[in-house]
Write a protein that binds this ligand. Structure first.
Ligand code: XIL
Length: 320
């Protein structure tokens, strides 16, 4: 039977993809599924391109981890979404705890982006340029960049990325912006902020870290997508999709609800031409980030811990 990326492409999407991480690439059974471009036409490095790894001390760049994932994807003919540049989390302490002026931190941000995006030039279909810049109420998150530079760090990051790789699609990426509300309005404000500064923004990435049985309706998912397109981006994507259980283990009815929820997100992407693809945040519960961060939660992905397909897999494939 046809596999997810094949089905997504036949439905007019660019890809169906997965995140992965360096340590997992020694698991042969895991890799056998991940490397199949009919299943996953796109890969996102789950960690290796983050600042703490790529510039652990000022001016010392290290692309070992990121390169391993990007090279893996390229050798399999898979598209790469590159992730991520300006983010408050997984920042090395020299940035997060540094003593900065507007000028010195602007220089640090520009240098980081020029170096990293330059290193990966031509290898990234897209970059998540700015990640998670919003609070839940739609205001800007108090991170080191915002506190020192102000909101202009956002267009500045987009300008620097465009300068270093003019062909990459440039994304704003966040969670809880899949449905409608204050945070989704905040993402629209960011699109306008970047455009008003004369910088390029191509897309909005909706992370979609969702909870079984509580996801937005398909109508709200589409309304949110359309609000981004109306504000002037040309594409959107589900960039980190997982749909977790808040208590474990799930029963059969729960697994069916999870399948329905994965189907709803897939339907929303299919319903809007400008939704270019769906990326799940790893494909198996064996390597999901969820249990480590949301204690007691998990079972969020379409493959279980034994790499067997769950009901969510069947529903995604039948919807595609
Ligand atoms: C997560 C990784 O999956 C974990 O391994 C890491 O410990 C923390 O970060 N939003 C993002 C991703 O944009 O980079 C995060 O990835 C998950 C939430």
């Amino acid at each position: 039977s046809a596999q997810l990326n094949q089905l997504a492409k036949a439905a007019g999407k660019l890809y169906f993809g997965s995140a992965t991480d360096n340590g997992e690439l020694t698991d042969a059974a895991y890799v056998a599924i991940l490397e199949d471009a009919n299943m996953f036409g796109q890969i996102t490095p789950g960690n290796g391109q983050k600042w703490e790894y790529t510039e652990p001390s000022q001016g010392q760049f290290d692309y070992t981890s990121g390169d391993q994932i990007v090279d893996f994807a390229e050798s399999n003919g898979q598209i790469v979404r590159c992730h991520t540049l300006a983010w408050y989390s997984q920042l090395p302490s020299w940035v997060g705890d540094g003593t900065w002026t507007v000028d010195t931190l602007t220089s640090v941000l520009n240098t980081h982006i020029a170096n990293e995006v330059g290193h990966y030039k031509g290898q990234c279909r897209s970059w998540d340029v700015v990640n998670e810049a919003l609070n839940e109420d739609g205001t800007y998150r108090e991170n080191v960049f915002y506190t020192v530079i102000g909101e202009s760090y956002i267009p500045l990051a987009f300008e620097a990325t465009a300068a270093a790789d003019p062909d990459a699609k440039l994304y704003y990426n966040d969670y809880n912006i899949e449905g409608t509300g204050a945070k989704q309005d905040g993402a629209v404000t960011i699109i306008n902020l970047v455009k008003d500064a004369g910088a390029k923004i191509d897309g909005v990435g909706m992370q979609a870290h969702l909870i079984v049985g509580t996801i937005p309706t398909q109508s709200d998912l589409e309304t949110s997508i359309n609000s981004y397109l109306s504000a002037g981006v040309t594409e959107v994507a589900y960039t980190e999709l997982d749909i977790r259980f808040s208590s474990l283990p799930p029963d059969d009815a729960g697994l069916q609800q999870q399948a329905t929820d994965y189907g709803t997100v897939t339907q929303a992407c299919l319903a809007v031409d400008a939704c270019v693809g769906i990326t799940i945040w790893d494909y198996t519960d064996k390597y999901s980030w969820i249990p480590g961060v949301f204690a007691g939660s998990g079972a969020a992905l379409p493959w279980d811990e034994n790499l067997s397909e769950k009901p969510a897999y069947s529903t995604i494939s039948s919807v595609l």
